[in-house]
Design a protein around this ligand. Structure first.
Ligand code: FES
Length: 146
C-alpha cells in the first residue's frame, strides 16, 4: 500500500531504451502521385516568352506549314500567306516539346499526337488543342511575342 515510495521512472517496468526504439519514423512522400497522367492535358502550355521577345523570322515559316521555335517553346504556322498563328509547343498529351511541322500537321514524336496548323488535335493520344499564343510580325520580318 505504500506506492509513494516507488520512483516514477521505474513504475511501468519498460526499460527507457526499448520505449524510444518503438517510435521509429515511417517516411512516406506523395511524390509518386505527381507522375504522368493518361492524356488529360499534361502540358499546360508552358510559359509564353515575354512580350516583345523575338521568337524567330517569318521567312522561316512556310505558307501551309510551320516551324517549331524550340528556344521559345512556340510553334508558328502560316495557314495562308501572311496569316500567322502561334501556339505553345508543349504537347497537351504529356508535355513533350512538339518536334516538327510537316504535311500541314504539327507533330509530337513522343507518342505520335498531331495537331492542325490552327492548333486543333488531328490525331491523339492528345485530347486538347495547343494553347494559342499572341505574336506579331514586324516590318523587318521578325516574329515577336505579344
Ligand atoms: S507528349 Fe505524348 S504525344 Fe506528345
Amino acid at each position: 500500500m505504500d506506492r509513494s515510495t516507488t520512483p516514477a521512472g521505474r513504475a511501468s517496468g519498460v526499460p527507457r531504451r526499448t520505449a524510444i526504439a518503438g517510435t521509429g519514423v515511417l517516411a512516406v512522400t506523395g511524390a509518386a502521385l505527381a507522375a504522368c497522367g493518361d492524356g488529360g492535358g499534361g502540358g499546360g502550355g508552358g510559359e509564353a516568352p515575354a512580350k516583345g521577345t523575338v521568337i524567330g523570322k517569318a521567312s522561316d515559316v512556310q505558307v501551309g506549314g510551320g516551324t517549331v521555335f524550340k528556344d521559345a517553346e512556340t510553334v508558328v504556322t502560316q495557314p495562308a500567306e501572311g496569316e500567322f498563328k502561334a501556339f505553345s509547343a508543349i504537347c497537351t498529351h504529356q508535355g513533350c516539346l512538339v518536334d516538327s511541322v510537316s504535311d500541314g500537321l504539327i507533330n509530337c514524336k513522343c507518342h505520335g499526337s498531331q495537331f492542325t496548323l490552327d492548333g486543333r488535335v488531328a490525331k491523339g493520344p492528345a485530347r486538347d488543342p495547343l494553347p494559342a499564343r499572341e505574336v506579331t510580325v514586324t516590318e523587318a520580318g521578325d516574329i515577336v511575342a505579344g
